[in-house]
Design a protein around this ligand. Structure first.
Ligand code: PHB
Length: 392
């Protein structure tokens, strides 16, 4: 106890005084990967850890002449824990880079540590648009909710959906999804009848779905974070919402590849917009899915895994680009402007916004070879985070 307090106190004062925090000794390159390995977002932690390890297995455990050391820490999904771990990784372990961050509040809790210590922080999962504004040292390797929600606001009214109720988890990414979907949907002539928000922790969807049934929209638009989609789908089907003529539309977080097969055939036909599907028909993705499944007892990778895998790519290439120049700012510079083919398609790390510019797909749940997949049927190329396009 006492030791922990002492370490914390020293860490804090080193950070707040702006003391130079020496980085790892010259022969190692340390990546501090902070993930929720337990708690409600544990599936995100599991997917990202597996993806990071796959990247290292495929690309080797040395980069730019240094031995890579991956330090994985469980923050249990609690922001105070994320912050303490980030501090310890920076001050004690002297990591070169922080990475992971399974939920928005966790990323926001660590942001000041990245800024104060000038340590690049790769946000692989959390997807509220404003996160990259919380520190100039944050680079995103996943996506933002505005980026994927706008595509659904364009697709729905063109496909016979004129009235919608939105149902989102009541925190950053849910509020982003609600706002950007609704604005675009109404711009295209649709009507949002009601906007419902459910608590993030232990949500009970039943009373909300009852309300939606009474309101009788053409469709229900849903966002819940990865790992929670199956619960919404189950209650949607149990209440016979589909039979009452209410369609479900959503971001791909809901028909998550990690859970899709457990949702059953009732999920068939659900249309979502997202940046990654395990069924993306490229050679790069087929290899990624096959290697990931082989290394993880058949577990199918989801969009969180891809955020983690690509985040590792961004880190490795940045280390090479920095050409042995030590320190956070050189590593950060090496992350900006990277262009590469990800399992999701072509991506760019926008040097100005530090966001991923990527293709967004419309997908429909279909059964192929006895398994459920999000099958892509349309694409919007090179989508920037719309929240930042407005500001530029
Ligand atoms: C987030 O907390 O930012 C978050 C988590 C899971 C998702 C999307 C966003 O699927």
């Amino acid at each position: 106890m006492l030791r922990r307090h002492l370490v914390q106190a020293l860490s804090l004062s080193a950070l707040t005084l702006g003391l130079p925090l020496a980085h790892a000794d010259d022969s190692t390159f340390k990546i501090g990967l902070i993930l929720p390995m337990t708690g409600q977002a544990a599936s995100t932690g599991k997917q990202i850890e597996a993806a990071a390890k796959l990247y290292i297995a495929q690309h080797g455990d040395t980069v730019a002449g240094k031995k890579v050391e991956l330090i994985v820490k469980d923050d249990t999904g609690l922001p105070d824990v994320t912050k303490r771990i980030a501090q310890e990784l920076v001050v004690n372990d002297k990591v070169d880079v922080l990475a992971g961050f399974g939920l928005t509040p966790l990323a926001l809790a660590a942001a000041p540590i990245a800024t104060q210590s000038k340590t690049p922080m790769v946000v692989m999962a959390a997807a509220t648009s404003s996160i990259t504004e919380a520190s100039p040292f944050i680079v995103r390797s996943g996506f933002t909710l505005p980026q994927v929600s706008v595509a659904m606001g364009d697709w729905a009214p063109k496909n016979g959906i004129k009235s919608v109720v939105t149902l989102v988890s009541d925190y950053g990414p849910g509020n982003d999804a609600e706002k950007y979907f609704s604005e675009r949907f109404e711009l295209n002539g649709g009507k949002v009848i009601d906007k419902l928000r459910v608590p993030l922790r232990n949500p009970d969807f039943a009373p909300f779905l009852q309300k939606v049934r009474d309101e009788k929209p053409d469709a229900l638009f849903v966002f819940v974070p990865s790992g929670n989609g199956a619960a919404v789908m189950k209650q949607f089907l149990e209440r016979g919402m589909d039979k009452a003529g209410i369609k479900m539309i959503a971001t791909g977080d809901v028909t998550d590849d990690d859970q899709l097969n457990d949702m059953g055939d009732g999920a068939i036909g659900v249309v979502t917009s997202h940046h990654y599907s395990a069924a993306h028909p490229s050679a790069v993705n087929k290899k990624f899915v096959a290697d990931f499944e082989a290394a993880n007892k058949g577990m199918r990778p989801n969009f969180m895994a891809v955020g983690g895998y690509d985040g590792m790519r961004v880190i490795y290439e940045a280390a090479k680009n920095a050409k042995g120049q030590g320190g956070g700012p050189a590593l950060l510079a090496g992350m900006k402007g990277q262009i590469f083919e990800s399992p999701r398609g072509q991506v760019l790390i926008d040097a100005q916004t530090r966001e991923v510019v990527q293709d967004v797909y419309l997908r429909k749940v279909e059964k192929k070879d006895g398994q459920l997949y999000n099958v892509e049927f349309d694409v919007i190329k090179s989508v920037k985070d719309p929240a930042k396009v407005k500001q530029q």
